[in-house]
Write a protein of this length. Sequence first.
Length: 291
Amino acid sequence: MSAVFPMYTIRPVLNVRRTMVETDVRLSTGYTMPTLGLGVYMNDECAEACKVALQNDYRMIDSARFYENEAQVGVGIRGSGVKREDIFITSKVFHTDFTYDHTKAAVKDSIANLGYSYYDLYLTHSAVGGTAARLAAYKALLDAKADGLIRSVGVSNYSAKHIEEIREAGLEMPAVNQIELHPFCQQKPIVEYCNKHNIVVQAYSPLLRGALDNPIIQKLAKKYSKDGAQILIRWSLQRGFVPLPKSSQPQRIISNNLVFNWNIEPMDMAKLDALDRGKEGAVTWNPVDVD
Ligand SMILES: NC(=O)c1ccc[n+]([C@@H]2O[C@H](COP(=O)([O-])OP(=O)(O)OC[C@H]3O[C@@H](n4cnc5c(N)ncnc54)[C@H](OP(=O)(O)O)[C@@H]3O)[C@@H](O)[C@H]2O)c1
């Protein structure tokens, strides 16, 4: 016999303060950027991942020349049925191209690879190469922006001292700094500097490259009926970062984006915050200290 439910049920009020997380953030250039994106590093054939992501509410893809998959991103976008203007696409120039002319040529080549006329965001991939080289590359990106090839210019793996060079040179400040960022490596001085200068912080390797077996992460996953990846992504969002989780598996791509209608309570955020091990906690190259 089927149960009879009243037409209106009163839901129990949860004694939990909801932490709202925006789905978009405004950059210093005036453009809006989604607060979560798909990473495609080490996914040479990423067209399918991009397509699945875009068909499941992602609106940002993070690529780079170094990943050699900019063309695959374009294929994925065209296959998704989502309009180019509704998607935020990033690429990066690697330090081996840090001269003015090489960086300008790199941007043009990235655009040809992608098969669309502009990038939403283009970053210097790291600060490797020394002051003169990184400023030359950065100026080339600003000029490509003036030419309409890039909408916003940013940097990656920069610490405050590298961004100060840009400020001291009187150049437009970066809209974004993309750095390794997760509970084990919270890069607090860089984040503080970026917050002060209205630079949005993107979090790369937010899933610890898949090493999710930490007992605290697993305990919280159980408590919230989520998986470890969702706990880390939600932590990043609640801290005001823009996480870029990478997956090549459709089910994971989908579940990694199911992080907007629940929240981690402050006492559990504190448990994740307490995992910080500074630079020791980095799981990738994290070259923020180069000269
Ligand atoms: N600017 C830079 O210098 C820099 C450096 C590194 C990364 N990045 C960017 O940031 C993105 C993300 O970083 P990342 O690729 O280093 O690492 P990540 O996103 O922290 O981790 C990716 C790993 O986690 C696995 N994974 C994904 N979802 C999962 C889930 N739900 N459960 C369990 N495992 C899961 C993936 O495997 P499957 O693919 O098999 O799911 C992959 O092995 C990159 O793709 C790239 O766009 C930038």
